[in-house]
Each structure stands twice: as C-alpha cells, then as structure tokens.
Design a protein around this ligand. Structure first.
Ligand code: MLT
Length: 410
C-alpha cells in the first residue's frame, strides 16, 4: 500500500468553509422551510457586468474561427492581459512591474497556497492569528510545522495575534522569521494596513532576509485614497515581497476564475550553501510545469475589467457590496456589538455578544435567525470570541438578515 503524506493528518478536521456548509446542510435538512441567508463564505452574488460578458462572448466566438482559435496559451498569461495589469494596476500608481514578473492564474487561493513550494521546509513561517486558513494549512501539508496543540497552535509557526487591542495590525516579531504572510485588506478582520505599517514589514524583511507574501485579493474594495493597494507602493518592497491579486471579488470572477501573482525579479532566496536564486525564476519553473494557463475567453473577460466601461460597471458593483458592508456595520453597531472592518473591505468582524464562543454563536445565529456567518475561531485561536459577516449578497437579503439579527436576543 502506498504511504500517505502524514502531514495531512496533522490538519484539524475539514477546511473551514466545507465545515460551515456541512452544518448549514444539516440545519436545512432538519428545517426544510427555513429561509437561510448566507453571509458566510465571501462569494460574490451579482452577475458579471455587461462589458465583461461582451468580451467573454467575443473570446468564445474567436475560438470558433480558424484564425482566432487558441490552443495552449502562455502559462504566464496572454500579453494583452499582462500589459493591462502592468499599466493599470501598477504604473498608474507609480509602481514599476514588468510583464515577466506577472503570472496569471486561476486564483489567489491556489497561488497563496502553492507559493510555499518554492521555499525550503526549514523556513520559519509567521502568520497573523486569525488568518485566511489557506496560508497555514498549506504549510502544514508541506511539513513545515509540528503537531497542533490544544489551543490550536501548530508547533514551529510564529503566530502574530491580530486582535482589537492592537487594532488587528500586529507589529513585526522580535525574533527572526523567514516567510511572512500578510493580507490587506484583511480577510477575515476587514482592516487595512497603512503605508507606514507596511513599511515596517518591508524594513523587517530587509533586515532579516525574509520574504513577504502579500495577499491583496481585496484591494479593489479600498476607497480611502491614502491606503496602499499594493505593497510595492512602499519603497524597497520590490526586493522582499511577492503579491497576490484577484479578479474574483472585485470583478465577480469567483466562478469564472482569474487572478495573478507578481514575483519581482529582485526578490531573492538562497541555497543551503548561500548562493542567491531569483524567486521569479523558481515560480516561473513551477507555474510552467504545473499550470496550463487560464483559458483565452476568461483572460479576454478579465481584460475587459480594465476598459473604461468595465471599470465603471465593476466599480458600481463594488460600491453596491460596500453599501451592504456599511449597512451591516452600522446595523450591528446599533445593537451594541463591537464592530470592526467593513470600511475598505467587504468583511465585517465583530465580537460575539456576551463573549460567546465563535462556534456557539454560529449555531445560535443559524437556529434563531437562519443567518450564516463565519466563526472567528475558524481563522485561528485568536479569532475565538469574534465572528465574520460578508457583504456579498443582495440588498434584500442583507436587510432581512439585519432585521432578524436585531430582533434576536442572545
Ligand atoms: C472567504 O470567505 O474567506 C473567501 O471566500 C475565501 C476565498 O476567497 O477563498
């Protein structure tokens, strides 16, 4: 019999979102008439905008012609999309990125999960706690941790509590770490790092020869012009940071799949004997070996998100979700809850009423209001006693959810 990768056995139960799905499924089976409102997983609900659909259709049409047919494309993405990403996402904000530093992919979940493959197993990983579970779980699977303790901490990981007391923005650790996962706008806390805060991380990474893995999948939800949308807006970040971006949430691509990762050629790692190696060349090697590229029509659709019409239309949808976020934030605050995030991010994070455990609150919320959220402890031990609601839903459902929550007592 083949031996398994026993690191998988160190993982706690299932992945967070399927576990929520399982509990909701059981509730629905037992209460078939209940109208459940899902504000749990951050999955978009509004349809793709017309400019994107038009480009998507045109891409499919092109594939039906002899001249326009595309077989395998470049694994890193078509030039037409790379050019737009470089110009509109980066040059327009004064950031220099080259086309061969951009890798188009099918999602930031995959990229932020796979990136650890190009690093040695003996690197020390630092993570915020709570954190998007993919960063941690993929390091556990790879064998970069020991076992989990009763509190939910894996041996070998440096946890950086992100709690109300530090405004969900932990400072760089005292000691040395090699790999640092940062996420801003943050999933799950909905808070956003300032340029000064990111600059402290860049400084730390430079001093410690560390690499920052910066997840900016929610940058499209930032409306405050003083907040950075890319870590490369911080001087020196090109030497120490890899950045993940996605069309999933800001352009409605969760079911369509398109994202990209930027690996500057100036970010280096080293071999056991101390020789410097470009991480860009390693990621390129991995990407071209294990990934076949995003389909031509999908890349055409993603490119349309940058046209003036595409920008305007996707911008309207982002505004719509952010109005949901405002309603949730203000609605929860009005009930006396302590609420965070939701101003430049589509997630609202709050302390559970009466300091209830996160999963207890999940169950009570489902039973009493048929509203689904995400328990804070599912993102890490320091998320215990917190809860996350997502702003992705119809206005009608958000208003109904709030009215049910407001009437409930805990
Ligand atoms: C979330 O709800 O945290 C996100 O939907 C997860 C993801 O984008 O993979």
């Amino acid at each position: 019999m083949a031996r398994i990768n026993e690191n998988y056995l160190k993982l706690k139960a299932g992945y967070l979102f399927p576990e929520i799905g399982r509990r909701v499924g059981a509730f629905q089976k037992a209460n078939p008439d209940a109208t459940v409102i899902k504000l749990g997983i951050g999955d978009v609900t509004e349809p793709l905008v017309p400019a994107i659909i038009e480009a998507f259709r045109a891409g499919v049409e092109e594939m039906s012609t002899k001249q326009g047919f595309h077989g395998y494309g470049p694994e890193q993405g078509y030039g037409f999309l790379l050019d737009l990403i470089r110009e509109k996402d980066y040059e327009a904000r004064g950031v220099k990125v080259e086309n061969d530093e951009i890798f188009v992919s099918d999602g930031s979940k995959c990229d932020s999960g796979n990136i650890q493959e190009i690093f040695g197993l003996d690197n020390v990983v630092a993570l915020a706690d709570p954190v998007y579970p993919v960063y941690l779980d993929t390091n556990v699977m790879a064998g970069r941790t020991g076992e989990v303790d009763a509190a939910g901490h894996y041996a070998g990981i440096v946890y950086m509590p992100a709690v109300a007391e530090n405004a969900f923005n932990p400072e760089p650790p005292e000691g040395h770490v090699d790999l640092i996962y940062l996420c801003s706008p943050n999933n799950p806390t909905g808070t956003v790092s300032t340029k000064e805060q990111l600059a402290r991380w860049v400084e730390y990474a430079k001093k410690n020869d560390a690499v920052i893995l910066f997840d900016a999948a929610y940058e499209g939800f930032i409306s405050d012009p003083s907040l950075p949308r890319s870590i490369y807006e911080v001087e020196g970040a090109r030497d120490v940071a890899i950045e993940f971006r996605s069309f999933s949430k800001s352009a409605g691509f969760t079911g369509t799949r398109c994202a990209f990762t930027v690996v500057p050629k100036t970010v280096m790692g080293k071999t056991a004997s101390g020789d410097e190696v470009s991480l860009n060349s390693l990621w390129n090697r991995r990407h071209t070996t294990k990934f076949n590229g995003v389909s031509f029509p999908v890349q055409k659709a993603a490119a349309a998100a940058y046209s003036p019409e595409g920008r305007r239309q996707t911008g309207e949808i982002v505004k719509f979700y952010m109005e949901n976020a405002r309603l949730i934030r203000e609605g929860l605050s009005a009930t006396g809850l302590e609420v965070f995030g939701g101003e430049n991010a589509p997630y609202i994070w709050f302390r559970t009423p009466a300091r209830m455990g996160s999963w207890d609150f999940f169950d009570q919320l489902l039973q009493k209001t048929q509203v689904v959220g995400t328990p804070g402890s599912g993102f890490g031990p320091s998320g215990e006693g917190y809860f996350r609601l997502s702003a992705f839903n119809s206005r009608e459902n958000v208003e109904e959810a709030l009215s049910r929550i407001t009437k409930a007592s805990w």
